[in-house]
Design a protein around this ligand. Structure first.
Ligand code: UGA
Length: 466
C-alpha cells in the first residue's frame, strides 16, 4: 500500500521503518530540517535499539521529505504521528495534529479516497475534530472530499519500540466506517498473520501469539490509549506505595511483588518498585486525562494519587540520602546545623528516564539532581548515552559529567543508582566502595541485593527493603 506518515519521532519513524520492512511503499514527512538531514544520510535521529540496523536495510525504499504536497496526493493511507506536547495547564496540545490534517486536506485529490489515521496520543474527541478540520478545508476548496478518519493508538515502549511494532499485544482501531477498518486491516495484515520473515536482529518471541485487532468507535480508541498508560502508571505507583510501607514494617517489596505477581489476575509486569515513572508518556498522559476529566466535570482521585505517589518517590530518595549522610556524620562526630548534604559529593548512576534510551524527559534523575544541588551537594553524573541531553536540560546547574563510571565514586560521599542500565548491574562494587569517603549506596531501582552490596562494603539502602 502507498503510505504517507506525518512526523518522524519515536512513533512515526518506528512505524515508517516497520511498514517499509513489510514491503509497503512508505513516505515520511517531517518539517524538522536537522532530522531530515540525518534521515537523508540514512542515520536514525533517535536512539532506539535495533533502529539503525533496520533503517540501513529499508532506508533506500523510504522517501523522506518536508513536503506533505509531494507525497499525500498519491497515498492511500495517511498516518499522523506528530507530537502532542503538554500545554501550560497540562492538557495535550493537538495543534500539530490539526495542522497536519489541514495540510493533508489541502492537497487531497477531489476524486480519490483516502484513509486518514491518527496515531498520535490525543484527547478524547480529537478524531471528530480532525474530521471537521478536513471537512472545513474541503468546503473552502469548494469540493466534496472522500476521507475516512480513524484512530489507531500506538502502544510501543521506548527501548523496545521495534519489538512492540512487529510483535504487538493488540492493534486497536477506532473508526465509524468499514472502509477505514478494511484499509487498516490490509496495512497490518503481515503483522496480524505474522507472515513476514523476522528481521535477524528481532526474532519473533517463542511464546508469541497472533495479535487480535480490536475495532471500536474513535472516542473509545482514544480513551483506550489513555486508560492503558494510566493503568500501568498506577500499577507502578501502587507497588511504590506498598514499598514505603514495607520499609516501615520490615518487609521486602521485591518479595511482595513476586508473591502478588504470581496471581495471574495481577501478573508480574510493572511491579518493579523504585524511583517511579518518567518519560514523555505517563507524566503527560495522566495529566491530560485529568484535564479531560476536569473538563467533563468528573474527579479521578486514583489517577491523582498515582501522580502524587510517583513524584513523592523522588523526594523520599533524597530524604534517605540525607539520613544516611547524617548517620555517617554523627559517627564522625561532626555536628552542624547545615543540610547533611552540604559540601557532600554525590555520584548519580543513570540520567535517562529508563535504560536503552537517551530520553531524559521527566527523568527522575533531573529532579533528584536539582534537589541535591539546592541542598549544597556537589553532583557527579554518569549515563551511557544520555549525558549530552541531560547537560542541555540542566543548563547552568553545576554538575560534573564523567565518561568513566568508576570516577563517580572517587572520594565521594554517596552513590545514587537512578536508572537500571545493564552496565550498572555488573559494577565492581568492592572497587567502588573502596574509593569512597563514605560507602553509601542508595539503590533507586533495587538492582543489587542488600546482602551483596553490604558484603562489598556498602551501607546499602534500597526501595521497600529491610
Ligand atoms: C509507555 C507504555 O509502556 C507504552 O505502552 C506506550 O505506548 C508509551 O508509554 C507511550 O504512550 O508512548 P514508555 O514511556 O516508553 O512506554 O516506557 P515504560 O517502559 O512503560 O516505562 C515508563 C516508566 O515506568 C519508566 O520510567 C520506568 O522506569 C518506569 N517503570 C516501569 C517502573 O518504575 N517500574 C516498572 O515496573 C516498570
Amino acid at each position: 500500500m502507498k503510505i504517507a506518515i506525518i512526523g518522524t519521532g519515536y512513533v512515526g519513524l518506528t512505524t515508517a521503518v516497520v511498514l517499509a520492512y513489510l514491503n509497503h511503499d512508505v513516505a515520511a514527512v517531517d518539517k524538522d530540517e536537522s532530522k531530515l538531514n540525518l534521515l537523508h544520510e540514512g542515520k536514525s535521529p533517535i536512539h532506539e535499539p535495533g533502529m539503525q540496523t533496520l533503517l540501513d536495510e529499508v532506508w533506500h525504499t523510504i522517501r523522506f521529505t518536508p513536503s506533505v504536497a509531494e507525497v499525500v496526493p498519491e497515498a492511500e493511507l495517511i498516518l499522523i504521528a506528530v507530537g502532542t506536547p503538554p500545554k501550560k495547564n497540562g492538557e495535550a496540545d493537538t495543534r500539530h495534529v490539526e495542522q497536519a490534517a489541514r495540510e493533508v486536506a489541502q492537497v487531497c485529490h477531489p476524486n480519490r479516497h483516502y484513509t486518514l489515521v491518527v496515531k498520535s496520543t490525543v484527547p478524547i474527541g480529537t478524531n471528530r475534530r480532525v474530521a471537521e478540520v478536513v471537512e472545513n478545508v474541503f468546503s473552502a476548496r469548494g469540493m466534496q472530499g472522500n476521507v475516512s478518519v480513524a484512530s489507531n493508538p500506538e502502544f510501543l515502549q521506548e527501548g523496545l519500540a521495534l519489538q512492540g511494532a512487529f510483535y504487538p499485544d493488540r492493534i486497536v482501531i477506532g473508526a465509524n466506517c468499514d472502509d477505514a477498518v478494511d484499509a487498516l486491516r490490509r496495512l497490518y495484515q503481515p503483522i496480524l498473520e505474522q507472515t513476514f520473515d523476522s528481521p535477524s536482529s528481532l526474532p519473533r518471541p517463542a511464546a508469541y501469539h497472533l495479535p487480535p485487532m480490536m475495532t471500536t468507535d474513535a472516542n473509545s480508541a482514544e480513551m483506550i490509549k489513555y486508560a492503558a498508560n494510566t493503568f500501568l502508571a498506577l500499577k507502578i505507583s501502587f507497588i511504590n506505595e506498598i514499598a514505603g510501607l514495607c520499609e516501615n514494617v520490615g518487609a521486602d517489596v521485591t518479595e511482595v511483588a513476586r508473591g502478588i505477581g504470581l496471581d495471574s489476575r495481577i501478573g508480574p509486569q510493572f511491579l518493579r518498585a523504585g524511583l517511579g515513572w518518567g518519560g514523555s508518556c505517563y507524566p503527560k498522559d495522566t495529566t491530560a486525562l485529568l484535564g479531560v476529566a476536569a473538563q467533563s466535570g468528573y474527579e479521578m482521585p486514583i489517577t491523582e494519587a498515582a501522580r502524587t505517589v510517583n513524584f513523592r518517590q523522588r523526594e523520599r530518595i533524597v530524604e534517605k540520602l540525607m539520613l544516611a549522610c547524617e548517620v555517617h556524620a554523627s559517627k564522625e562526630r561532626v555536628s552542624t546545623t547545615a543540610s547533611p548534604l552540604q559540601g557532600k559529593t554525590i555520584g548519580i548512576l543513570g540520567l535517562a528516564f529508563k535504560p536503552n534510551t537517551d530520553d531524559i524527559r521527566e527523568a527522575p534523575a533531573l529532579d533528584i539532581i536539582r534537589q541535591l544541588v539546592e541542598e549544597g551537594a556537589h553532583v557527579r553524573a554518569h549515563d551511557p548515552i544520555a549525558m549530552p541531553n541531560a547537560r542541555h536540560a540542566l543548563g547552568e546547574i553545576p554538575i560534573h559529567f564523567t565518561e568513566d563510571v568508576y570516577q563517580l565514586s572517587y572520594n565521594a560521599d554517596a552513590l545514587v543508582l537512578v536508572t537500571e542500565w545493564e552496565l550498572y548491574h555488573r559494577l565492581a562494587l568492592r572497587k567502588l566502595a573502596k574509593q569512597m569517603k563514605t560507602p553509601i549506596l542508595i539503590d533507586g531501582r533495587n538492582v543489587y541485593s542488600p546482602q551483596e552490596a553490604s558484603a562489598a562494603g556498602f551501607h546499602y539502602i534500597g526501595i521497600g527493603r529491610k
